[in-house]
Ligand binder design. Sequence first.
Ligand code: HH2
Length: 263
Amino acid sequence: MGILNVTPDSFSDGGRLDGVAAAMARGQAMVAEGADILDIGGESTRPGAVLVPVDEEISRTAPVIRALRAAGVTAPISIDTRKAAVARAALEAGADMVNDVTALRFDADMAAVVAEAGCPVCLMHSKGDPETMQNAPAYADVTTEVLAHLRAAIARAEAAGIARDRIVVDPGIGFGKTQEHNLALLRELARFGDLGLPILLGASRKRFIGTITGVEVAADRLAGSLAVALHGARLGARILRVHDVRETKEALAMWCAIEGETA
Ligand code: HH2
C-alpha cells in the first residue's frame, strides 16, 4: 500500500504534492513501482496534528481520486480518513476502501457509510486523538490491550452491518504508543493472527525508527523502514503501508525468493 498524502503538514512528505497533477503523478508512479493499493489521505494524523474541516479534506482528496481514475489507474484506492462525509465523497469519486485510524469511533456515521458501500475497511488501533495521543500513553500489556480493542472494533463493525470478510486490522504503530510499545507490538505481531483477519502494518518512516537509527529527517529513514517491513511480513502482515514502494517491493521480492513464495 503506497502512501499518497495530499496534506500540507504530513510528518514525512507533507507539502510536497502541490495540487492534483502532482498527486496524480505520484500515485501513478507508485502503481508503476508495484503498489497494489494507493492510500490517499487529506488530513495529517501525526502527533499534534489539528483537525481539518470536512470540505477542505474532501477538496484535497476527491479530485485526486477522480483524476487517477480518469487517467486509467485501476489499482484499488483507499481513503485514509476518520470522517464519514470524506469517505462517502471518496467512494463516489472512485475509491474502493476506507482506512479509518479511529476504527469507526470518531464519526458516528462512518460505520453506516462503509456498510452501505460494502467496501473493505481498515480498523486501526489508536489511543486518544492525534492532538494528545503521545501525552504519556500507558498500557499494562500493550499487545493484549490493542488486541482487545480491535476485537471490540470488529464486533462494533459487524453489528453495524459490515461483513467480517471486509475487515482488515492494524495495531496502529505510533498512535498513542511509546517506542517500547511500538517495539512490543512488532515483536508480538503474530498474535494479531488470532483475529483471523488480514493485518495491515504502517511503520514507514515513523519517529521511533528515526530515534533508533539516529536518522532525524523522516524521508531518510528508508533502511530502518525496510527492516520493519520485512519483520512485519515475516510475522504475518499482509498489507504494508509504505512511502517507498519500489524499495519495499524489492526487499519483499528477495525475502519471498528465500522463503520460496512470490512477492
Ligand atoms: N499511519 C499514518 C496514517 N494513517 N493508517 C493505517 N491504517 N496505519 C497507520 O499506521 C497509519 C495510517 C501516519 O502516517 P502518514 O500518513 O505518513 O503521516 P500523516 O499522518 O502525517 O499523514
